[in-house]
Design a protein. Structure first.
Length: 114
């Protein structure tokens, strides 16, 4: 059974930082692409960042230079370092093992106050 468990969300002031974590189980983590998505209130889910098994990364234009995705294969964990937070970053952030698997975590709330 695949489980993706996010943690690290919270309430932070604009300009602050957070580090999200996602612990994976039930998969051979090191072989998988992993990603972070987010969904803001009233908006569709959007891809924030992804990382391949080899460590190559990809970011949405809106977060480039502020967000960093990384992975620790020994810990079966993927991270999202979020810096220079803006109110528009407020969303539920999801850890995802993308298609063809389509596994999603339960999400962690990030709220940025202005």
């Amino acid at each position: 059974q695949v489980q993706l468990v996010e943690s690290g969300g919270g309430l932070v002031q604009a300009g602050g930082s957070l580090k999200l974590s996602c612990a994976a189980s039930g998969i051979i983590f090191r072989l998988n692409v992993m990603a972070w998505y987010r969904q803001a209130p009233g908006k569709q889910r959007e891809l924030v960042a992804s990382i391949t098994s080899g460590g190559s990364t990809n970011y949405a234009d809106s977060v480039k230079g502020r967000f960093t995705i990384s992975r620790d294969n020994a810990k079966n964990t993927v991270y999202l370092q979020i810096n220079s937070l803006k109110p528009e970053d407020t969303a539920v952030y999801y850890c995802v093992r993308p298609l063809p698997y389509g596994d999603w975590g339960q999400g962690t709330q990030v709220t940025v106050s202005s």
